[in-house]
Design a protein around this ligand. Structure first.
Ligand code: GCO
Ligand code: MG
Length: 388
């Protein structure tokens, strides 16, 4: 575990021949649980096994635990899976994307985050992202009467106990369409715009918001309602043509079964790190492709450069790529995880180093130890707990 600005959990596997592979097991706010799951329950099972048997190892960790799915289990399995792919690709002397079928495109389109508590601040933030070359931008905004720009986590908030934020869905729904009206007027019709509702609306509210935002031609509306209620998306889908993206908190293909089979969404948001690794995420993308659903891998700062790199290899290789979220990292994080992937003019490329192309500076990592930190929690104006 290391905290070069925020916490990351990294697994390193070493073979008898001295080949090493890295995997990301970071689960924001629950890091110690995954680290312990790995060190106490997974590492003893791996010692002495054949690192080339990736599918078999995945199945034995998934089925062999008896207790299935869940973010802690799947982040731990993901770390093993990615480390084994890293090893296999290094042994082959190829960048991972070559083992996934080779490249389907030359570079990986990203979107970046813009946010502001009011319109001038938001416009400045969008302009800053455009100046950095981002070809698409996620727009989050302050809501009159609420204290914080929601869904945006500041590292300054880090503390031993969660920060409590406030929320009012009615005020949000009244305000957001007006924000997109102003953004479209200022930045024109071409700039792809995204928006993250962060699980806060009921299906009928989400349907209404999707409809209200149709004139502004969003690239996607994300997590419009808590999607463990997959059936709820039928109501949203019937009522709006705004494209929908879901899945950053999912950890198994079964979480998507209704959403994909009934084509209720347009983008699947799972990351390598939280979905059990490259092995199951490639299967999810192939399943999604049957329904013309595309990828939109979750890429906040709380996915480490190791998990990010694994995702970029997949982005380059799959046919039904949509977009990749990329928020960048602190300078120190880049130093702790020296990497072959590059970010140029808003596009990522995994690089051509053998493996996933990320190393870990263990000395520097150790100089920045784990620091307890929680995500915020949300309360309505009367004090009721609400989805954050
Ligand atoms: C997104 C997100 C994240 C999450 C974060 C929680 O990037 O779309 O919703 O920023 O809030 O990953 O740990
Ligand atoms: Mg999100």
């Amino acid at each position: 575990m290391t905290s070069p600005g925020r916490n990351f959990v990294t697994l390193k596997i070493e073979t008898d021949d001295g080949v090493t592979g890295l995997g990301d097991a970071t689960l924001n706010g629950r890091e110690l649980a995954v680290a312990t799951y790995l060190s106490e329950h997974v590492v003893p099972l791996l010692t002495g096994t054949d690192p080339h048997r990736i599918e078999d190892t995945w199945q034995s960790l998934y089925r062999g635990a008896y207790w299935r799915r869940g973010p802690v289990t799947m982040a731990a399995i993901a770390a093993v899976d990615v480390a084994l792919w890293d090893i296999k690709a290094k042994v082959a002397g190829l960048p991972l994307y070559q083992l996934l079928g080779g490249k389907s495109r030359d570079r990986v389109r990203t979107y970046g985050h813009a946010h502001g508590s009011d319109m001038p601040e938001l416009f400045d933030s969008i302009n800053a992202r455009i100046a950095q070359g981002y070809p698409a931008i996620r727009v989050q905004t302050g809501i009159p009467g609420l204290r914080k720009v929601y869904g945006v986590r500041s590292t300054l908030d880090q503390g031993v106990l969660p920060v409590v934020e406030d929320w009012d869905s009615a005020a949000y729904m009244r305000h957001v369409p007006a924000v997109f009206e102003e953004v479209r007027n200022e930045f024109g019709p071409r700039l792809p715009l995204l928006h993250d509702v962060h699980h806060r609306l009921t299906p009928i509210q989400a349907a209404r918001l999707g409809r209200d935002l149709e004139p502004y031609d969003l690239f996607w509306l994300e997590d419009c309602t808590p999607a463990e209620n997959q059936d709820g998306l039928r109501l949203v889908r019937r009522n709006t043509t705004t494209p929908l993206a879901i899945g950053e908190v999912f950890n198994s293909v079964f979480d998507y079964q209704t959403l994909v089979n009934e084509q209720l969404i347009d983008y699947v948001r799972s990351s390598v790190t939280h979905f059990g690794g490259v092995t199951p995420l490639k299967k999810l993308f192939d399943f999604a492709a049957l329904h013309q659903i595309r990828s939109g891998i979750h890429g906040p700062e709380d996915i480490s450069p190791v998990g990010m790199a694994a995702g970029i290899h997949l982005d380059l290789a799959i046919h039904n790529f949509g977009i990749q979220e990329y928020s960048g990292y602190t300078d120190l994080t880049h130093e702790v995880f020296p990497h072959a992937f590059t970010f140029t003019d808003g596009y990522l490329h995994p690089g051509d180093a053998p493996g996933i192309g990320v190393e870990l500076d263990e000395q520097l990592a150790a100089a920045h130890p784990y620091a307890p930190a929680y995500l915020p929690v949300n309360r309505l104006l009367d004090g009721t707990v609400h989805d954050w």
